[in-house]
Design a protein around this ligand. Structure first.
Ligand SMILES: [Zn+2]
Length: 534
């Protein structure tokens, strides 16, 4: 799907920093569907492909697809015909861009067919293992066009159908539902998959190999339960089923209760080739092969990738600079799964680790929404994950469990199968809380760093005088911390901290306190030192 053109927003006078779209990719038209036919060779890296793209035109400008320049385009059709009616060019190619002129106008539908072939050098990983040949897509952030002609930016989501021809001994996994398998006369099969929900191109994948496929659903699953399967090397199946994927089905039920109905018809967890620990491809999550083979994959990764089906896949950042809406959400939802299964202490432990990693990171000097960085790979950092998770945790502390859950549900309801920027999440929070938290999101997303508080207490008479200084570097600015809890000998006092220096007086203390703690429940990403005396 194509949302409001980025250029329009950037030139508008009063764009909220929460709605900035600094990505330089400009998509002139909207792709609604990719129909992909692929023939994978029996060996080597050769691919023969044909992709039918359905477009909704935004103007009379040519439609444009990206495809790796090493792949040879054999033929391009427009609306099923050779593009001969146009005088000058039938189609043009410059580097990895294929431009196709047409006679359509804004609002028209158009279809293009591109037939291509060649040895794939990017986006598809070819492996020869003990179980035979294996092929996997690894697209993030924009490697899909290494093997598929696509409009390769997450703001343009589309539905997808696959028809993948492989030797009869191989199985194929792809996005969506397996519709049928055709057997060809020469020991080959064609696997047909279809997904009717639009997904970002980084998530459009295939995998081929020899798998043990295990259903993970519960025997007592209610009628509308999501079918969850596990695809592994036969040798790794037993460990994976009883290890990290043991609770994969209840995990889907937990997130469905928390956020909303699972966005797709099914979910497959696949032992695959990916540069990442896990890659959240819609309906077909790919996990790093060696993490499973060596028994190192943990349930936290499964929870993170599963949560991405809602946030990342179904609700997709409209611009890479809002990547925290994907990674921060998945990271925090994995912490909530830890809380669901191991209690508050388990969640606190996870969030403490995330905080420690962030404090050590060079990213503390940069804000989460960082318009100066244009490479998505560089935006995949401790701001998007660790601090992003803390943006949600702090918000939960500010508005409480039930409003926080309502905000997740509202954001998902409003943007499922579409795209969003941070301002859209701020709007969802405002809607459910009945109160504007724009100040909070500006602070959390556009300021670098974190509060460093120096809290000094002084007991005199029956009073405790508090002097709270914000001592973080001046370049980070100051922060508002409404209701941050000071616990004095077990009793909680919520304080509003704002600006470089805050003073409070608490009464009713006939004796000096024995123990003074700031934010004992750990709702704020900050460092604090508490000291005092008489
Ligand atoms: Zn992730």
């Amino acid at each position: 799907m194509l949302s409001i053109p980025a250029l329009l927003l950037q030139t508008a006078a009063a764009v909220s920093p929460l709605a900035l779209r600094p990505d330089t990719t400009r998509l002139p038209h909207d792709v609604t569907h990719y129909d992909v036919s692929l023939v994978l060779g029996d060996s080597g890296r050769h691919v023969l492909g044909q992709i039918d793209v359905s477009w909704r035109l935004e103007s009379a400008d040519p439609v444009e697809l990206q495809l790796d320049s090493t792949l040879r385009v054999i033929r391009v059709l427009v609306n099923g015909r050779e593009n001969t009616r146009l005088v000058r060019t039938m189609w043009g190619r410059a580097g990895d861009r294929i431009a196709v002129p047409h006679e359509g106008r804004a609002g028209d539908s158009l279809s293009t067919r591109v037939r291509y072939r060649g040895d794939v050098s990017d986006g598809l990983v070819f492996r020869q293992g003990p179980g035979g040949r294996r092929v996997f897509a690894d697209n993030w952030p924009d490697h899909a066009h290494g093997w598929l002609p696509v409009q390769d930016h997450p703001s343009d989501k589309a539905t997808v159908a696959f028809h993948v021809q492989v030797p009869a001994g191989m199985q194929v996994i792809a996005n969506g539902t397996l519709e049928k398998i055709d057997t060809l006369p020469y020991q080959h099969r064609v696997w047909h998959y279809q997904l009717n929900e639009p997904i970002p191109t980084y998530s459009i994948v295939i995998g081929a190999g020899t798998f043990a496929v295990t259903p993970l659903g519960r025997a007592d699953c209610p009628a509308r339960c999501v079918p969850v399967t596990l695809w592994t090397d036969p040798a790794d199946s037993a460990w994976a089923v009883s290890g990290p994927f043991r609770r994969a089905a209840p995990m889907v039920e937990f997130f469905s209760r928390l956020i909303g109905t699972f966005p797709y018809p099914s979910l497959a967890h696949v032992q695959a080739a990916t540069r990442f620990g896990g890659m959240e491809n819609a309906t077909a999550i790919f996990y790093n092969d060696s993490l499973i083979r060596t028994g190192q994959l943990g349930e936290a990764t499964v929870a993170h990738e599963t949560a991405h089906q809602w946030f990342g896949d179904a609700v997709t950042p409209d611009d890479w600079h809002h990547l925290w809406l994907s990674e921060g959400f998945a990271t925090y939802l994995a912490a909530m799964w830890a809380e669901e299964t191991g209690g508050v202490a388990a969640r606190s432990g996870v969030m403490r680790q995330e905080a420690d990693q962030y404090f050590e990171s060079a990213q503390v000097e940069r804000p989460i929404i960082d318009p100066g960085v244009l490479d998505p790979q560089s935006l995949l950092n401790d701001n998007a994950y660790q601090k992003g998770a803390w943006v949600l945790h702090q918000l939960r502390g500010l508005i409480g469990d039930s409003l926080f859950a309502a905000a997740l549900r509202e954001f998902y309801r409003a943007h499922a199968h579409g795209t969003a920027v941070s301002a859209d999440f701020a709007d969802a929070v405002k809607k459910v809380a009945g109160k504007d938290f724009e100040w909070y999101f500006r602070q959390a997303l556009t300021q670098p760093g974190y509060p460093v508080l120096d809290v000094r207490w002084h007991h005199r008479g029956n009073r405790i005088n508090l002097d709270i200084q914000q001592t973080q570097p001046p370049g980070w600015g100051t922060y508002r911390l409404p209701g941050v809890v000071l616990r004095i000998d077990g009793k909680d006092f919520p304080l509003d901290v704002n600006g470089r220096a805050t003073h409070h007086t608490l009464r009713g203390f006939n004796r000096p306190p024995r123990k003074v703690e700031l934010d004992p429940a750990g709702w704020w990403l900050m460092k604090a030192r508490v000291s005092g005396g008489q």
